[in-house]
Design a protein around this ligand. Structure first.
Ligand code: PLP
Length: 379
């Protein structure tokens, strides 16, 4: 079955008792036992909740996984995954990383003896060179944030297999609709469901999919043991969002491609990062491993003064963190999402005081372009 259909049908046949088309929100903490030593399959909602399970099973189907898991946030999902490792283990990480993940690794997990090395994961030889005897995993982003570099997941996954490392891909920016990391050889995909999957800037959620059933059992143990599960209301909101994922992303991508072309030709723009552009270094690779280029754009304006003008004078486009929702948002990575990375390191990565990031929504694209243009020209 095609992925649009799988997404739309999540939860449809869950409630056989009433035939409810929308999965019920099981706002229950605990479940009655039918007899001694018996269970309905549900005992306590940290261990399993029907609404969450509908989402988790739906995510597993979307990603071609053995199992899916839903957490209270993307960071909670990553935290829970890191509990698979122990003191002394080393993880190779993409350097152009979501700022919150970097903070979690450097300021929290390092204290517990986990070691991290950061490399440009769009260069396989740098990844290979960073592997040490105690390396246990590779953690990459399918499209990096904010510069939208593309990692060669199939060959990195092959490298991981040959060196016995877990290949973990944060696929937040593409979602299973545009790319399925497990099909490309990854072991685990993680998502901030707060972004495209829920899609309406109204929910905080994290999701994990795991290919191998035995590994999935270990991930379940951590999810239940550490307990950062997604509540039933937010599980329902995420299911509701996923049902329209394909139409939202189609429109968002179409809008993003037009805006990227417009920015390329703008006299006040120095540089545009969008993988759908033919001269983007990851354009061809992404075209071969994904079914689209997504709807995130980063662009560098010619002077730092333009940053404030664009952020504050845009009328339709909101100056806000986050991404992936139906409303177009603009953010300033150096001060927002990437504030926890040291300034010199940020500058070296290209995340400078002129770089803006757009999460393109589903509005009429001409309105978005008009809005940007009036902001560029504002006094
Ligand atoms: C937002 C985001 C996260 C963190 O997810 P939360 O739901 O905000 O906790 C992780 N990775 C990427 C790529 C993100 O964009």
């Amino acid at each position: 079955m095609n992925i649009e259909t799988v997404a739309t049908q999540i939860g449809l046949e869950w409630d056989t008792r009433t035939g409810a088309v929308s999965v019920p929100i099981y706002q229950a903490a605990t479940f009655r036992h039918p007899g001694l030593g018996q269970s309905t399959g549900y005992d306590y909602s940290r261990s399993g909740n029907p609404t969450r399970q509908a989402l988790e099973e739906g995510m597993a189907r979307l990603d071609g996984a053995a199992r899916g898991f839903a957490y209270s946030s993307g960071m909670a999902a990553i935290t829970s995954l890191l509990l698979l490792f122990k003191s002394g283990d080393h993880i190779v990480v993409t350097e152009d990383l979501y700022g919150g993940t970097y903070r979690l690794f450097e300021q929290i997990f390092q204290q517990f003896g986990l070691e991290f090395s950061y490399v440009d994961s769009s260069d396989n030889s740098l990844v290979e060179a960073a592997i040490k005897p105690n390396t246990k995993a590779l953690f990459i982003e399918s499209l990096t944030n904010p510069l939208l570099k593309v990692a060669d997941i199939p060959s990195l996954a092959t490298l991981c297999k040959s060196r016995n490392l877990l290949c973990i891909v944060d696929n937040t920016f593409l979602t299973p609709y545009l790319m399925r990391p497990l099909d490309l050889g990854a072991d685990i995909a993680i998502y901030s469901g707060s972004k495209y999957l829920s899609g309406h800037n109204d929910t905080i959620c994290g999701l994990v999919t795991v290919k191998d059933p035995a590994l999935a059992e270990r991930v379940y143990f951590q999810q239940n043991g550490a307990g950062a599960v997604l509540g039933p209301q937010d599980s329902w909101l995420t299911i509701r969002g996923i049902k329209t994922l394909s139409v939202r992303l189609d429109r968002q991508e179409e809008n993003a491609a037009k805006i990227a072309d417009w920015l390329v030709n703008h006299d006040l723009v120095a540089k545009v990062y969008y993988p759908g552009l033919k001269d983007h270094p990851g354009h061809e690779l992404l075209g071969s491993i994904a079914r689209g280029y997504g709807a995130m754009i980063a662009f560098e304006v010619k002077s730092p003064e333009l940053v404030e003008r664009l952020l504050l004078r845009s009328r339709l486009i909101s100056f806000a963190e986050s991404l992936g929702g139906v409303e177009t948002l603009m953010t300033f990575p150096a001060l927002q999402t990437h504030a926890d990375i040291e300034p010199a390191k940020r500058e070296a990565l290209g995340i400078n005081d002129r770089l803006l990031r757009l999460s393109v929504g589903i509005e009429n694209v001409d309105d978005l372009i008009d809005d940007l243009e009036q902001a560029f020209r504002a006094e």
